[in-house]
Ligand binder design. Sequence first.
Ligand code: ADP
Length: 392
Amino acid sequence: MRLRITPATFRRVGNEKEQFKILIVDDRPDNLVALRALLAELKHTVIEANSGKEALRILLQGEIDLILLDVNMPVMDGFETARLIRQRTPASALPILFVSAREPSAADIKQGYSLGAVDYITKPVVPEVLRAKVSALLDLQHRSKLLEKAVQERSAELATLNERAARLRESMGELEAFSYSVSHDLRSPVRAIQGFAQTLDEEEGAKLSADGKDYLRRIISSSQRLDKMITDVLAYSRMDVEPMTRTRLEVEPLVLAVIEQNPNLQSPRAEIELQRPLLNAVGHEASFTQCISNLLGNAVKFVAPGVIPRVKIWTEAVNGAVRICLKDNGIGIAPEHQQRIFQAFERLNTDYEGTGFGLAITRQAVQRMGGEFGVESEPGKGSLFWIELPKA
Ligand code: ADP
C-alpha cells in the first residue's frame, strides 16, 4: 500500500482515536494512581513503573509511545533514567515528559533538553494541561512515525527505480553494441556489392542492353543507399557510448567549414546566408559539426521542385544559452508531424532521398551536449530548426 503524507493525512490522524501506550514512572504509588486517573479520559493504555530501573525493564519489552517521568526518585532519578533511555532510543522515537515537584530551574531545563526531554509539567498537575500536553506529544509522535514510514517507502521506491534504470541502461548498452556490430558486419558485403557493380559498369557496361544498364544502375544506387543507412545507424548507436568532451565552439568557422565541404550547400545550388556575428557556444566540436551538416543537408534537400534552396543562419542569446537558428524556404512540416521527425527511421516524404536518421542523431547529440533542439514550421512556409547550447 502506498502511503502519501498530505495535509489530509494529518487531519485524519488528528481526528482518529488512536490507542497509544503511555509509561508513567514515579516512586510514589499515590502519584501513579493520580496520574492514571487523570489520563483515563484520553483512553490510552497506561503502564506503570515505580522506579527508573523498572521503567527500563518495561521499555525493553515493547514499544512505548510516551513516558511521563518523575524527576525526583530515589536511587535513579529522572535525569539518570532519561540518560539510560536515550542510550537506546532517540528522542524522535520516544518523547519524555518530565514531571517535577517544583518549577524546573534553568539548569534543570538545560539538562532535561540535553537528554531529549520534550516538555516539563509541574506538580500539582493541572489535569487539562497534562492531558493537552500528552495529546499534543502523542499526535506529534504519530505524525513523525507516519513521515518516517513514508520516507522509508519513498526510499524503497527510489531504490527499485534506480535498479530498473540500471537494468535499462544495461539492455540499452547491449542493444547499442548489437546494432553496432550488425551494422559493422553488414558494411563489408554492401561495399563489395557496390564495388563490383561499379567495376561491372565501367568494364563490361558497354556490352549490356539498355535494360541491363538500368538494372545495374539500380543495384549501384540501392547499395549506396544501404551504405548510407549503415553509416547513419552506426553514428546513431555510437553517439551514446563515445566520450564527449565539451569545449568552446567557434560557431562561425565551424558552420563555414560545413558549407565549404559540401557543393550542395554552395552557389549556384543553394544560397546560404550567415547573419554575422554568430555567437560562440560550448559543446563537442565533431558532434556540433555533424548537427549543422544534418540540418543544412535537410534545409537544401526538402524544397519544392525547381526552387533554389535559401537558408538563413543566425544566433540569439537566450537565458545564458546560445540559440543557433537555421531558417529555410523548404516545403515545411505540418504541426502534427513536428515531434515524430526527431525519432529514428521517421520520414514524412519518400519523394526525397534519406534514411530518417539525421534528426535523431542531431537530437541525441544536442542532448548529450546539454542543450535543446526544436523546430518551428508551417507547410509551404519553410522551417526553422534551432539548437540551444550553453554560452561560451
Ligand atoms: P532524412 O533527411 O534522412 O529523411 P531526418 O531525420 O534528417 O531524415 O529527417 C526526418 C524527416 O523530417 C525527413 O524525412 C523530412 O520528412 C522531415 N524534415 C527534416 N528536415 C526538414 C526540413 N528542413 N524541411 C522539411 N522537412 C524536413
